[in-house]
Design a protein around this ligand. Structure first.
Ligand code: ADP
Length: 488
C-alpha cells in the first residue's frame, strides 16, 4: 500500500459550514472519502457569519497571524471544527472580511472587495499551514477564490523548505467564474509586478485569480470528462481555452460524487416517508406531501416536474421560462425552488399566480425543501446551457425521480438516455438549446409515464445508479500521486 498522504483541501465554501452550490457539497464529502482511505485529510474554509448557524461545535484555537493585503495588515484568527469528528476543518477568521450577511455578496451583488477578501484567504491558507506545522503533500484548491495559492507557493514561498515537497491540484468547478479584477489588484496581492504578464496573471488587462490556478498548479481537474473537453473549445473555454489546451496533459475530468449519507431515500430524515427501489410506497407519500406543500390542485397521478437550482443563465432558466406554458398544457405540474437574478425570480413568482394549482414556486435557499422536491417529483429538469457536473440530477436518480437534462458536461456523463426497445437507460436528454428540443424530450417522458410498468422499470434503473464517493476518491488519489511525481 502506498504511503498515507497529508492532504489539505481549500475552498471558499463547504457543507455544512457554508453553501451556495455544488462546490460546498464536494467539500463536505470528498475529504471524508479520502479520510476513509486512511489519509491525513484536513479542510480550510473562511469563517463566515453563517458558519455559526451550522449546528457544529466551532472551537477557537490559539493561533493568530497577520496577513498583508496591499499596504494594510489584517489579523487572522483560526478556529477549528470537523467533519463527522474525523476530518479537522480550520476556519479562517477575520471579522472585517468574513463576518458579513452573505458569502460572496448580498441581494445578487458581489461585495466590492472580493479581491481583497480572497487574497487574504489565499495567503491565510499558507500561513495556517505554517502556524499549525502542517505541511501537506498535496494542497487541493478549488475554484478562483483559491487560485493564488499556487502562485504564492511558486514565488514568495519558493525557497521555504517546509513546502519543498508540497504539490498543488487546482479543480475548476465552474470556469465562467474567474475572479478577474482591475490590473492594480497585483499591488494588493503583494506578488511581483512581473507576474502581471500574458503568460502570468494578466487576462485581457485584468488580474485573474483563475489564471493563477490554471498556470501555477501542478495538475488540474474539472468536474466531468465531457466538461474537461468542452472547456478546451472557444464555446465554453471562457477565453481560457488556449491555456487549457496547452495544459491538456495535466487536466483530468473527474465526476463529482454523491454523499449518500445525505441523499438517500431509505434514510433521509428530511422527507415525510422513506422508500427504496423495492418499496416505493413512501415515494407516493412524498409526492402527496409535495402537492400539499405547494398547494397544487392536481391529481396524484399527474406527473410533477421538479427543479432546484440557482436562477442563472447557465441553468437554462430562459428555456424553462419559454417552455413553461407548453409543459403545463401537456398535462404536467411544475415546482421550482431557487434564488438568483431578480428578473428570473419575478417571472416565476408571477407564473405561480398565473398557473395557480399547477405551478408551485419558492424563491429561497432551503435545504429541507430541496430534499422534498427531489423526493416527491416524478421528473427532475436540468436544461443547462453548460454544466461542469451538476449534482441535483444525480440526487434525483437516487430518489427515482427521472432526470430530463440537456446533453452537456456532467449531465451527459451521468444520465443515460432511455431506450424504449431494451428498457435500458436512466433518463431523458436533449441536445439543442431550444424549446422544441426540450418539449420533444418531455413528450417522450410523459408518454412513458402513462405506462406505469415501464416507468417503474425506469425508476429502478435510475435508483440503481451509483455515484458514491469512495470510487471517486480513488481517482483523486491517483491524481495526487501523479502530482507528487511533478518537478517542483
Ligand atoms: P451549482 O453548483 O452550479 O449551483 P450543482 O448542481 O452542482 O449546481 O449543485 C447545486 C447544489 O445546491 C445542490 O446541492 C442543490 O440541491 C443546491 N441548491 C441549489 N439551489 C438551492 C436552493 N434554492 N435551496 C436549497 N438547495 C439549493
Amino acid at each position: 500500500m502506498s504511503k498515507s498522504l497529508k492532504i489539505l483541501l481549500a475552498a471558499s465554501e463547504g457543507h455544512p459550514f457554508s453553501k451556495t452550490g455544488g462546490l460546498a457539497d464536494v467539500m463536505g464529502a470528498l475529504p471524508m472519502a479520502l479520510y476513509e482511505k486512511n489519509h491525513d485529510v484536513r479542510v480550510i474554509l473562511p469563517k463566515y457569519r453563517c458558519v455559526t448557524d451550522c449546528k457544529k461545535a466551532i472551537e477557537p484555537i490559539d493561533i493568530e497571524f497577520n496577513i498583508p493585503v496591499g499596504s494594510d495588515s489584517h489579523k487572522s484568527r483560526l478556529a477549528k471544527s470537523d467533519l463527522a469528528e474525523k476530518v479537522p476543518v480550520y476556519l479562517v477568521g477575520n471579522d472585517f472580511f468574513f463576518n458579513r450577511e452573505g458569502i460572496y455578496g448580498t441581494h445578487g451583488t458581489d461585495y466590492k472587495d472580493n479581491a481583497e477578501r480572497f487574497i487574504f484567504f489565499c495567503r491565510a491558507i499558507l500561513e495556517s499551514c505554517k502556524a499549525l506545522s502542517f505541511y501537506p503533500d498535496v494542497i487541493h484548491l478549488n475554484d478562483w477564490h483559491t487560485g493564488l495559492v499556487p502562485v504564492y507557493l511558486k514565488s514568495e514561498y519558493a525557497h521555504d523548505e517546509n513546502f519543498k515537497s508540497t504539490r498543488t491540484i487546482f479543480s475548476i468547478h465552474n470556469l465562467a467564474y474567474q475572479g478577474n479584477y482591475p490590473a492594480d489588484t497585483i499591488k494588493l496581492s503583494g506578488l511581483p509586478d512581473s507576474l502581471f504578464s500574458h503568460d502570468g496573471l494578466e487576462f485581457y488587462n485584468q488580474f485573474s485569480f483563475m489564471k493563477g490556478g490554471l498556470i501555477y498548479s501542478d495538475l488540474l481537474t474539472t468536474m466531468s470528462p465531457t466538461y474537461s473537453k468542452e472547456i478546451m473549445t472557444p464555446e465554453l473555454g471562457c477565453g481560457m481555452e488556449g491555456l487549457l489546451k496547452h495544459r491538456e496533459q495535466d487536466l483530468s475530468g473527474i465526476l463529482n460524487g454523491v454523499d449518500y449519507a445525505e441523499w438517500n431515500p431509505e434514510s433521509d430524515p428530511r422527507i415525510i416517508a422513506n422508500f427504496s427501489a423495492t418499496n416505493l410506497k413512501g415515494k407516493l407519500d412524498c409526492k402527496r406531501d409535495l402537492i400539499q406543500t405547494f398547494s397544487l390542485t392536481v391529481a396524484v397521478d399527474t406527473p410533477i416536474i421538479g427543479m432546484v437550482t440557482r436562477l442563472s443563465e447557465q441553468k437554462g432558466i430562459d428555456l424553462v421560462m419559454d417552455a413553461l406554458e407548453e409543459m403545463l398544457n401537456l398535462g404536467a405540474a411544475f415546482v421550482l425552488l431557487g434564488t438568483g437574478s431578480p428578473e428570473h425570480e419575478s417571472f416565476f413568482q408571477k407564473a405561480m399566480e398565473k398557473y395557480a394549482g399547477k405551478c408551485g414556486v419558492r424563491i429561497k435557499f432551503d435545504e429541507t425543501l430541496s430534499h422534498q422536491i427531489i423526493a416527491g417529483s416524478d421528473l427532475f429538469m436540468v436544461p443547462s446551457r453548460y454544466e461542469p457536473c451538476g449534482l441535483t440530477q444525480m440526487y434525483a436518480l437516487k430518489y427515482g425521480t427521472i432526470p430530463l437534462v440537456r446533453a452537456v458536461g456532467g449531465l451527459q456523463d451521468t444520465v443515460k438516455e432511455y431506450q424504449a426497445k431494451t428498457g435500458e437507460g436512466s433518463g431523458f436528454k436533449f441536445n439543442q438549446y431550444e424549446k422544441k428540443a426540450l418539449i420533444k424530450s418531455m413528450n417522450k417522458a410523459l408518454a412513458l409515464y402513462q405506462t406505469q410498468s415501464a416507468w417503474k422499470n425506469l425508476m429502478k434503473n435510475a435508483m440503481e445508479e451509483n455515484f458514491g464517493w469512495p470510487r471517486i476518491a480513488d481517482q483523486y488519489l491517483q491524481i495526487y500521486q501523479k502530482a507528487l511525481r511533478c518537478e517542483r
